[in-house]
Design a protein around this ligand. Structure first.
Ligand code: HEM
Length: 133
């Protein structure tokens, strides 16, 4: 990612944080399960905890984007846990598009092609590292 892409991700994430986090997470999972209902059964019935984990993990990653190496171990550990959850490589693209869709809806007029490309690069790096692990 370029420095300007990192800044775009950070700034747009900050804007999104003005929305209630559970609303952002709810939108994300609703979109994911609407498009791919077969994924629903992998997740707990009660999603409250999951909402918080998703937002916290994204915040942590966005905060450390300029030092992605410091995330390496965390990403590797997370990838291994995901194999245990039954996550398959093909699921990463599904999650990626639900995430970008959610960001687009949440950011409204602050969303543009550059921001989309920056987020796609950001997700691509993290998902790529998870897949490689
Ligand atoms: C960059 C991509 C992803 C990130 C950052 C991420 C993040 C997380 C985090 C932080 C957790 C909490 C538990 C833990 O840390 O192990 C989690 C759990 C989980 N994730 Fe992901 N995830 C990603 C991709 C995916 C994909 C592609 C799927 C496939 C559908 C998925 C399905 C799940 C499931 C099923 C759980 C466990 C739910 C539970 O039983 O509590 N994740 N994820």
């Amino acid at each position: 990612m370029t420095t300007s892409q990192i800044n775009l991700v950070k700034n747009s994430w900050r804007l999104l944080r003005d929305l209630p986090p559970e609303l952002v997470a709810d939108t994300f999972y609703s979109k994911l399960f609407f498009d791919h209902p077969e994924l629903r059964r992998m997740f707990p019935k009660q999603m409250d905890e999951q909402y918080k984990k998703l937002i916290d993990m994204l915040s942590a990653m966005v905060a450390r984007l300029d030092n992605i190496g410091s995330l390496e171990q965390e990403i590797t550990d997370m990838a291994k846990r995901h194999v245990g959850y039954g996550v398959l490589p093909k699921h990463y693209a599904m999650v990626g598009s639900a995430l970008l869709w959610t960001l687009e809806k949440g950011l409204g007029s602050d969303w543009n092609e550059e921001t989309a490309a920056a987020w796609a690069a950001c997700y691509g790096i993290i998902a790529g590292k998870m897949l490689a692990a």
